[in-house]
Design a protein around this ligand. Sequence first.
Ligand code: MLT
Length: 305
Amino acid sequence: MTFKIQTLNNISAKGLDRLPRDLYEIASEMSKPDAIILRSHNMHDMAIADSVRAIGRAGAGVNNIPVADMSKRGVPVFNAPGANANAVKELVLAGMLLSSRNLMSAWRYVEELTSTGEDLKKEVEAGKKRFKGVELPGRTLGVAGLGAIGVNVANAAQALGMSVQGFDPGITVNNAWRLAANVSQALSIDELLSRSDYVSLHVPLVDDTRGLVDAKRLKLMRKGAVLLNFSRAEIVEEDDVLAALEAGRLSYYVCDFPSEKLRAHDRVITLPHLGASTDEAEDNSAMMIADQLRDFLEVGNIRNS
Ligand code: MLT
């Protein structure tokens, strides 16, 4: 018997190699697949063949998959929690440093001076003053969403000397235990926002978290706070973020999504959803998904790593 696996995105070869070709046929175009492996493809817009018995997302979030409809059909949706946590954590740290040292503006300043033929050496003193930053030790990071990524971010921030507090709408005992050493306090989202110099969002996109950070909540934030969103764009209300930046409530918004509305603002750093885009994260995610699909297709086991 051969299991047919359809891939809707480029999935790492290391992951697909876990599915031996004598048992698995793998292709991006096929009829009647047994399972689908995908990364960012939006499945809400596509007809999913009746033959599909399982879906594997090589990433953490499953908001691009109609999970409720699949559940009604008895089709399990597997994801890869934690597989890309280190990659996302590293990008969050980069985002904190980019903002706290005004690096994007400083880089643009040097680019502009260079292109207009200005004497760079003369402008160094002005640049030093204009782009003076702040340091992280002693500042407070609020982590909203204490899954694998949030926990990684919390631990790294603590190692940098920051004081870390957390919020999670559905914290598990396991996570609470893992967090105990590094998160000083578990707070409500409103408390977290009002007591943090940096807030990093790592909640999944579900009905309850859509628009979680809106005008009312942004007003609770400390003046000059930095908001980092490496989860999903829809967790924040972009118009309200813009207003908070204009009012000086936020000093920076750093997000891992392109944004037409926000991209021109000099205190916004937008990225093309790069959090999980490393060799390691792509391999880890694809391997985790392949292992889960094998277990399910061959033995009927349902496990989420
Ligand atoms: C995730 O949900 O983990 C990311 O969206 C993964 C990705 O970038 O594909």
